[in-house]
Design a binder for this molecule. Structure first.
Ligand code: SDX
Length: 420
């Protein structure tokens, strides 16, 4: 017996099917709404619209809960390497030790950029934004691996995850005019990335273990977040049967916006601006509250979390521990903590349930590792790519999937003709 709810529209009564997810979320199935009632729903930004059923990530925004394939984020972050959590998201379970070893080896063996594509770096301007390079290079991959319609999707998956790291590191080396460094199979995903960023051909670079573990934590916290803007973009592009490469490239482009993944870069720029303005953080909290100012407290607020973002909580703890261990003293961290303290006790933020989100502290940690601000959203992309891939695969294998094609309510001119 299907549960239903009643809709009364212009005097007529309709029974609309209702179903429940595994965490008791209620879905009103409106797939036949227009056919039966002639009406559409209206939900700009899809804040109340479920675009799919998904078994990948569960978020409870009110309780600050985030789980990957059922595992609470706290049981994974800082306890597993990023590559194994990426495997969990894509294949549904944590890998066995043998699977983990082979998966890490495949990721490294497949992380060499096609030699035909390496030349592309020389055509980008020296100050090209690394997000522009990353999305362009991944969109170019189907030209160099053209068998994407028939090739085993698992080959494409390790190639995208592996090469994205290399493209990111190469774009940094290009920006500072240094030779490219290539990955090694005896390094983890994160150790390889840091070595490719900071090693020089003249001498071996030993990746500081504390930074390798910090990057594992950061990338794990970014791995997935259900139907956020960039993940929904990857699903939408993939729903037209576009290949995985260009679907991921579209996700990178969507992530770049400062309201989304670009916020981590915007947070650092904001903290530096406040620092240069005499660390007058209270002035900026007041500015963020003014309707007529377009200044927002970057790294604050979230569409889903109406409580402290559990990822921000973990990051804040990691920053304190790593800075203490490394004896780092960053005035920007003090400004961030003061901003948080003032905002969390201010009626404007309390009333709107605005808390620090993942982007508020991540940039401070990237900066401590020596990663330039413009690379922050690239690191967000490296973390999120396995999540995008997991959703793309789930969408492709979902019998409910149709090409994404939302409707609209037309508000333009009624029928008319030109005066002749
Ligand atoms: C990410 O979706 C995801 O899961 C995203 C993400 C992921 O992992 O994929 O979690 C990653 O994108 C995190 C968010 C990073 N963005 C920022 O930090 C940018 C700053 N935050 C905001 O712009 C905003 O909070 C959003 C974009 C995050 C959420 O926007 P919403 O849900 O559309 O909320 P809104 O803009 O309608 O704001 C509601 C009210 C408004 O005030 P009123 O009109 O009610 O008076 O809150 C105010 C807003 O002005 N507000 C802020 C604010 N964020 C919201 N006021 C000051 N500073 C802010 N940061």
């Amino acid at each position: 017996m299907t549960e239903t709810c009643k809709l009364i529209l212009r005097g007529k009564e309709y029974e609309i099917p209702v179903f429940e997810g595994t965490e008791k979320e209620i879905g009103i199935d409106i797939r036949k709404l227009r056919d039966t009632t002639g009406a559409l729903t209206y939900d700009p930004g899809y804040g109340n619209t479920g675009s799919c059923k998904s078994g990948i990530t569960y978020i409870d925004g009110d309780k600050g809960i985030l789980r990957y394939r059922g595992y609470p984020i706290e049981s994974l972050a800082g306890k597993f390497p990023f590559s194994q959590v990426a495997y969990l998201l894509i294949y549904g379970d944590l890998p066995t030790p043998e699977q983990a070893k082979e998966w890490r080896r495949q990721l490294t063996l497949n992380s060499f950029i096609h030699q035909g594509m390496v030349n592309f770096f020389s055509f980008f301007p020296l100050d090209a934004h690394p997000m522009s390079i990353l999305s362009s290079m991944i969109a170019a991959m189907p030209s160099f691996y053209p068998n994407y319609e028939k090739e085993d999707i698992n080959n494409i998956i390790v190639r995208v995850i592996g090469q994205a790291k290399t493209i990111a590191a190469f774009s940094y080396k290009k920006s500072i005019g240094e030779p490219y460094i290539y990955p090694k199979t005896d390094h983890s995903y994160c150790a390889n990335f840091l070595r490719m960023m900071f090693a020089s051909p003249a001498e071996e670079y030993v990746v500081p273990k504390v930074f390798e573990k910090a990057l594992d934590l950061l990338l794990i916290l970014h791995v997935d977040h259900e139907q956020n803007c960039s993940t929904s973009t990857v699903r939408m592009v993939g729903s037209s049967m576009a290949n995985l490469y260009v679907s991921v490239s579209a996700g990178i482009s969507a992530l770049w916006g400062r309201l989304h993944g670009g916020a981590n870069e915007a947070v650092l720029n904001m903290l530096e601006m406040i620092y240069k303005d005499g660390a007058n953080y209270k002035k900026y909290v007041e500015l963020a509250k003014k309707k007529d100012s377009d200044f927002r407290l970057m790294g604050f607020g979230h569409r889903v979390y109406k409580n402290y973002d559990p990822r921000a909580k973990l990051l804040k703890g990691a920053v304190d521990a790593i800075f203490a261990e490394m004896g780092i003293n960053d005035p920007l961290l003090e400004i961030a903590k003061n901003l948080e303290e003032v905002a969390l006790n201010d009626e404007y933020f309390i009333e709107r349930k605005l808390y620090p989100n993942i982007d508020f502290y991540s940039g401070i940690l990237y900066r401590a590792m020596g990663i330039p601000t413009q690379m922050f959203t690239v690191l967000f992309s490296l973390g999120r790519i396995p999540g995008w891939i997991a959703h793309w695969l789930e969408m492709r294998n979902d019998p409910d999937t149709r090409i994404h094609r939302p409707r609209q309510i037309y508000t333009g001119p009624n029928e008319r003709y030109p005066h002749t």
